[in-house]
Design a protein around this ligand. Structure first.
Ligand SMILES: Nc1ncnc2c1ncn2[C@@H]1O[C@H](COP(=O)(O)OP(=O)(O)OP(=O)(O)O)[C@@H](O)[C@H]1O
Length: 210
């Protein structure tokens, strides 16, 4: 379980600090919503380690994350843009989720692509994949990393309605099967209602259950 206990952060000395308290259990999607500029990216950046809190606690399964650099934190991040390399194939992009020494494990990589429904597109260059297919490749990469915390920042917003539904269902299935604590930042009510078990809203620098 991810736990934030009065985690505080302010931009600059005179700024009023954000105060974040929340829990996100494993095996479930927890949603964070809030107006533009309310601090959702700030919250994700604190959890990911790109910003350092001034006070409070941040733990995953009881382990203090604050002293850990971003690369040592037990998490994967998926953004609206999927951060694939256009000139690499789906398979090569997924391989980047593995440590260098394991990047030749084609069976493992193909199994991950199969799990997201893209087994047939392993050789296709990312530049020639649709938005939904690209998000699936990015999800296959997080599958190989298999970190217990998944941070999703508006991951469905570039997708059309039909694709959105299927990628959303995939995120929900993987969260349950892999027992991830998945944190979904989304403006979209439908996304939140479809897959979030618990919901928080960020307003006036404070998170509250929605
Ligand atoms: N480096 C910074 N220095 C000072 N203020 C910042 C900095 N980064 C963000 N802010 C401010 O902090 C507030 C929260 O920003 P943040 O990006 O976390 O909001 P958000 O909820 O993610 O917004 P959006 O939904 O538009 O992406 C905003 O008022 C923003 O202008």
């Amino acid at each position: 379980m991810l736990v934030l206990e009065d985690l505080r952060f302010g931009y600059g000395r005179d700024a009023l600090p954000y105060r974040f308290s929340m829990t996100a259990p494993r095996g479930a999607v927890t949603a964070i919503s809030g107006a533009s500029g309310s601090g959702k990216s700030t919250l994700l950046d604190l959890i990911a380690g790109f910003l350092t809190p001034e006070a409070g606690r941040l733990t995953m399964d009881g382990v203090d994350l604050v002293p850990l650099p971003p690369e040592a934190r037990p998490l994967s991040i998926l953004f609206q843009s999927d951060a694939l390399f256009d000139h690499l194939s789906a398979e090569q992009n997924v391989a980047l989720g593995l440590p260098r020494a394991r990047q030749g494990e084609r069976e493992t990589i193909r199994a991950a692509l199969g799990e997201v429904g893209l087994g047939h597109l392993d050789a296709r260059k990312a530049a020639a994949l649709s938005g939904g297919e690209r998000q699936r490749v990015a999800l296959a990469r997080t599958l190989l990393r298999d970190r217990p915390l998944l941070l999703l920042d508006e991951p469905f917003s570039a997708l059309d309605d039909e694709t959105r539904g299927s990628v959303r269902a995939l995120v929900q299935r993987l969260t349950i099967e892999r027992n991830w604590a998945t944190l979904l930042v989304s403006h979209n009510r439908d996304d939140v209602e479809a897959i979030a078990k618990r919901r928080y809203r960020l307003s006036e620098r404070v998170l509250a259950e929605d």
